[in-house]
Design a protein around this ligand. Structure first.
Ligand code: NHR
Ligand code: GAR
Length: 192
């Protein structure tokens, strides 16, 4: 069994895809043991509660420094003794000490074909560049944001009438297939 802690900030549809995969026994023996959000109003917390998964909320606004928030977050995560930490729409950049602590055990899904478009507003940037394809990437988290080793990617064509919104919606759809597949792969490798 691979113990998984998921970090979220918002809607949590990728979290839902992981919960669904787990419930269908399609997560390679992965089990989500906690969901932690930096925003109290994150709808993903509701999804976790509906699935009887323990939730926690830790607001970055309660800490003066990034390092302090990250130290507190690290302690909360460690209490669940995870084998894998999954960022699913988690919107706070993590400090080097935090990343080192979980190196090789923490993954992220990013809405672009990395190394293209790290950071924010990826869909608008892909359109602006006139790209003919776009997509999503699951990667290990390293100190430099969105630069860690790539695990899996999934691509879609950019359509002639796409806006940043429509592109975002279609990328979101493929994320829900991609993330469970990637997490399953990792869990299967973790389990002898
Ligand atoms: N932390 C490290 N060290 N490395 C990565 O690869 C990380 C990370 C933290 C989050 C997700 C990432 C993404 O997939 C992620 C990868 C947030 C920002 C950001 O600028 C950038 C990248 C990602 C997530 N956040 C602002 C900040 O000041 C806050 C934005 C907000 O709150 O809305 O932290 O895209
Ligand atoms: C996803 O599209 C994910 O790729 C993106 O946020 C969305 C979260 O959706 N992540 C980032 O942009 C990380 N900075 P969700 O909350 O419905 O899973």
């Amino acid at each position: 069994m691979t113990r998984i802690v998921v970090l979220i900030s918002g809607h949590g549809s990728n979290l839902q895809a992981l919960i669904d995969a787990q419930q269908r026994a399609e997560l390679g023996g992965g089990q989500i043991v906690a969901v932690i959000s930096n925003r109290a109003e994150a709808y993903g917390l509701e999804r976790a509660r509906n699935a009887n998964i323990p939730t926690e909320h830790l607001s970055h606004r309660d800490f003066a420094e990034r390092e302090d928030f990250d130290a507190a977050l690290m302690a909360r995560i460690d209490a669940y003794m995870p084998d894998l930490v999954v960022l699913a729409g988690f919107m706070r950049i993590l400090t080097p000490a935090f990343v080192r602590h979980f190196v090789g055990k923490m993954v992220n899904i990013h809405p672009s074909l990395l190394p293209k478009y790290p950071g924010l507003h990826t869909h608008a940037r892909a359109l602006e560049a006139g790209d003919t394809e776009h997509g999503a990437t699951v990667h290990f988290v390293t100190e430099n944001v969105d630069e860690g080793p790539i695990i899996l990617q999934s691509r879609i064509p950019v359509l002639a009438n796409d806006t940043a919104d429509t592109l975002q919606q279609r990328v979101h759809q493929i994320e829900h297939q991609l993330y469970p597949r990637a997490v399953r792969m990792i869990c299967e490798q973790n389990t002898p």
